[in-house]
Design a protein around this ligand. Structure first.
Ligand code: PLP
Length: 477
């Protein structure tokens, strides 16, 4: 029995990481062979006398690392050509007394990818130097002098009424979202919106699907809520609902339809309709993350999925993290009518209220048109930087990479041959101060090789240096 080969180390620390280490170690030393079937999470949990959630969380880590493959209704299998040179999960935070839930939440899924959130050319990060600091300071000064009555105390906790009204018009005009103001909840970030949805709409062990490759934040939020995370394939036409046909129905499906993260693909209308149809039939809720639709370099924006739905199968999220700054802590979500009251209460329970003056300032910049002017200004700059990066890399490196200007957004994917170890490539570049993670680390399913490279802070010198370093690293890996 394979269970006999697995023993937990004597260390303390989150159980999922200890189980992960035990299993990865057994595979590494050959005690468990490539192609071997692992015990079901129920059996292993019973053997180790731990919760099934902990085993599921460990299996998710092994899958994220490409060590095992998990198929519907079958026990996980160690992949035949398992690659074990990937960095280990960072040592856990050793906090005695963590609950099982706390242990699951404390797992750092990102550590396996080498992502640190610091460095040049970081994907998805805006350029702080382009933040309209004077405009924001003037606006804050004005709004901070006002009286807000109950809203300044414990009223309008789920969002300032004036902001919900402004966002309702803004989202309808620009994104085709159908939302009356009371369906909007203002939150500090998309991340908090994803966690709120995961906790309110799914139970531990329920299935959630993310795009592969896809956004880490979604995987972390679902994993942190104890959900079992599965993958939906993505190609040049965006997320592919056909890739999940026949699988057990998920409770949640996370997608970035207008501009896929990180590849930039746009989901075709047919696929958007297919996904809505799937959600309607299966009872799954779609989370539409419309994180950077303000930045579109080619073609026309496609309408939000929420706007073409019947209104009950999609939760829409948007953020000011790209258009203004992640540190402002201002994002929003549109929830179906039936979920407004319970989710507003859960929002209050979790203390997700956003700063009142920041909310009031956002109302002013939306209504005065200043935000639209700012967006036009920075979009032009970002587009130039994107072209600088793409053209600079193509000219310097040539056919060893494939890179294109994305339709929109602040990052692109630099694809390399499947034979290249992109984790090693990203690590080599991280050593030079670049935060350009491997594409394979964004994959919950079949790994694709490349780097995800941001261009919000690109300039000619930085691009030239990066191109030199990448070229050199490609010759070594
Ligand atoms: C796909 C995606 N969604 C959302 C966000 C923003 O998240 P938040 O509002 O939590 O800062 C990002 C930031 O990089 C992102 O890449």
């Amino acid at each position: 029995m394979l269970e006999g080969l697995i023993a937990l180390d004597a260390e303390t620390g989150p159980l999922p990481e200890r189980i992960y280490r035990a299993l990865a170690g057994a595979v590494r030393t050959g005690r468990i062979k490539p192609g071997a079937m692992l015990p079901s999470s129920r059996r292993l949990a019973a053997h180790l006398v731990v919760s099934r959630n902990s085993v599921n969380a460990a299996y998710e880590l092994l899958r994220a690392d490409g060590i095992i493959r998990v198929r519907r209704g079958a026990a996980p299998v160690v992949v035949a050509d398992v690659r074990l040179e990937r960095p280990e999960i960072a040592p856990a935070i050793r906090t005695p007394g963590l609950s099982t839930r706390g242990e699951v939440m404390a797992v750092n899924l990102r550590s396996a990818s080498g992502l640190r959130h610091a460095g040049r050319l970081e994907p998805g990060a805006p350029d702080e130097a382009l933040f309209p600091a004077d405009l924001w300071a003037r606006t804050l000064r004005r709004v901070a002098r006002r009286r807000y009555g109950a809203a300044a105390i414990y009223g309008e906790v789920e969002g300032l009424a004036a902001l919900k009204t402004a966002l309702s018009g803004y989202l309808e005009r620009l994104r085709g979202v159908k939302a009356s103001p009371h369906q909007i909840l203002v939150v500090p970030s998309t991340q908090s919106a994803l966690s709120l949805v995961a906790h309110c709409l799914a139970d531990p062990g329920d299935r959630a699907l993310v795009e592969s490759p896809g956004y880490f934040g979604a995987r972390t939020a679902f994993h942190g809520a104890g959900l079992s995370v599965g993958a939906m394939a993505v190609d040049g036409e965006g997320a592919d609902p056909a890739s999940i046909a026949g699988e057990p129905a998920p409770r949640l499906i996370y997608v970035t339809p207008s501009h896929h993260y990180p590849t930039g693909a746009r989901m075709t209308l047919q696929r958007r309709l297919d996904l809505l149809d799937y959600a309607r039939r299966s009872g799954a809720v779609i989370i539409e993350d419309d994180y950077d639709s303000e930045f579109l370099w080619q073609g026309r924006a496609i309408a939000a999925l929420q706007g073409i739905s019947q209104g009950s199968e999609v939760i829409y999220t948007g953020t000011t993290a790209k258009s203004l700054l992640p540190g402002l802590r201002l994002a929003y979500m549109v929830v179906p009518e039936a979920l407004v009251a319970p989710m507003a209460q859960a929002h209050r329970t979790l203390g997700l209220r956003a700063n009142i003056h920041a909310q009031a300032a956002l109302v002013e910049v939306i209504e005065s048109g200043a935000l639209a002017t700012q967006l036009r200004r920075i979009a032009q700059i970002y587009e130039e930087r994107g072209r600088l990066l793409v053209e600079g890399l193509r000219a310097r490196i040539g056919p060893a990479i494939a890179v294109a200007m994305p339709m929109g957004g602040l990052q692109t994917v630099v694809r390399v041959s499947q034979a290249v170890d992109d984790v090693a490539l990203a690590a080599a570049l991280a050593g030079d101060g670049y935060e350009t993670p491997s594409l394979s680390s964004y994959c919950a399913g079949r790994p694709e090789r490349g780097l995800v490279v941001g261009f919000a802070d690109a300039d000619a010198r930085r691009v030239a240096r990066f191109a030199d370093r990448l070229d050199a690293a490609l010759r070594l890996t």
